[in-house]
Design a protein around this ligand. Sequence first.
Ligand code: ZN
Length: 84
Amino acid sequence: MMTTIVVQEFRNTPVQTVCPFCQATIITAIEYNVGCLTWLLAVVIVIVGCPLGCCLVPFFMDGCKDVVHTCPNCHQQISRWGRL
Ligand SMILES: [Zn+2]
C-alpha cells in the first residue's frame, strides 16, 4: 500500500488526516479557544474607549479565537491554529 503524504493545513475547518497518536484516519474535530488575538482585541477595545463590557465581545466571537484540532477517536490535540 502506498502512503501518500499530504501536507495538511490546519486552519478553521476540519481536515482529514492520520492521527499521530492513535494512527486512525480521522477528520479532525475543531473547537474554538481563547487565543492571543482574542486578548489583543479586548485590549484594543479598552484603549479605544468603548463602554465597559464591549471588551468581552471578542470572547464570544469564534472568528477571534484560536482553532484547536482534536482527534475524535482518542481526543488528543493534534494541532492549533492561531490567528496571529
Ligand atoms: Zn487519535
